[in-house]
Design a protein around this ligand. Sequence first.
Ligand SMILES: [Zn+2]
Length: 469
Amino acid sequence: MFCYNCMHRISDENNYCPHCGRQSYPDRMPHHLSPGTSLNGRYLIGNAVGEDGFVITYAARDLNIDERVVVREYYPMGHVRRNSEQSNEVRLVSEGEAAYFGKGSDEFIAMAREEKRSGKADVRDLFAENGTAYIVTALPRGEQEEFGARRRPEGSNEYNDGFEGEAPEDYRSQTDIAQSGRQAPPPRKKKGKGGMIAAIVAGSVLVVALAAALIIFFVNGGKSKDDKNIPTTVAVTTAKPEETERPTEAPKTEDNTVQMVDVRGRKLSDAESQLRELGLKIETTREFNDEVAKDYIIRQSAESGQTLRKGDTVMLYVSDGAQPPTTEEPHSKPEFTTISASSTLRGEGMSFSADNLRSNDGSAWAAATETGGEWVSLNANGDQWVNGAVIVNGFAMNQQTFSDFGRVTAVRFEFSDGSVIEKELSDSMGQQTIEFGREYKTNSLKITILGSVPGAQHPNPALSYISIF
Ligand SMILES: [Zn+2]
């Protein structure tokens, strides 16, 4: 299979393309050729990578020589239409567009010839299909060698400047005429190449005949001039608009109703302007979606073809892209500002205050009595998210103090919402990590001694360090 974005060959089952670093989503704009379409029996079409109102540019692959190429399609926006879900045929918006269409295709082909003549682009092929014309060019120089490069190729901005590695949003922005107009000026700009193409409205089809010389040039690779077996014209037939075809734009009926259009797979901004034009109001809901690229429509509340009133609200479900991986620590480290205790041992020439629990520096808190129920309480300014505690048991300054003072065998943790969990402590000097089993939201933590073993000199239970995480 091929990546629709860059047309490199890929194998990943998740559609991930290591060449352009993107997911291979098929472009689903109805007026674009469907990705996967084959043209002229050899060009496999990928996603549209540029559009300027005159030409749609596609990532493509020449299957005969197994190489990535650029395919440009003559598509004068506003004068023709297409719904590729039904057919790849380009149709005139109205019969009155025939002259404009013919003149534009004249200039489209003149553009190819000029590119070929001047060496501006490596023009490989020119042909008619789907009622319009196509130009095939090699990728800009350097692209084939920079296989899989994620950066834009240097010095190749004339057209389709490297469609790999750009986010869909980036190449969508190339539809801006100011940016991409250089690659295909609209027909009115160019003059003087008339006569190349004759546009004739014949019966129900528009026939565009390409100039004989041009066709001979391409068929023979520019070598032969007078081979009689070479066809002298190629007819581009564009069907007249038909009333029976389901229109891309919903018809506006007289009684203030509109028909909902299918905006699934379209970019939100495009869908919004289309629906507003129909007189519909839009609400959006964002959700993660692995299949649909960010800012593209996943689904819509009203079905395509459904009759709505102007002013009705349509809900559009918009992709926020794939769900980001959940982080290991969604909340910042908890912070408790004050620490207090039910009682504090006095004497022995040193402090046993609860503040000693803040650091693991050999100091300790010791309770004034050995009776159960002594506690230490931590308090915070506002809610904290807590997952567990690191505790150092006993008076762990050294082996002597550790055995001289009492050690705690079990504690109860009590959170500000009343939740309670009980944990045993090990009778050892090192740090002990206690997991609460889940995350608790709390603004205080009361740690009550449930049992202790007396020390050799002092029965009073002691703790050297408490840190909450
Ligand atoms: Zn790719």
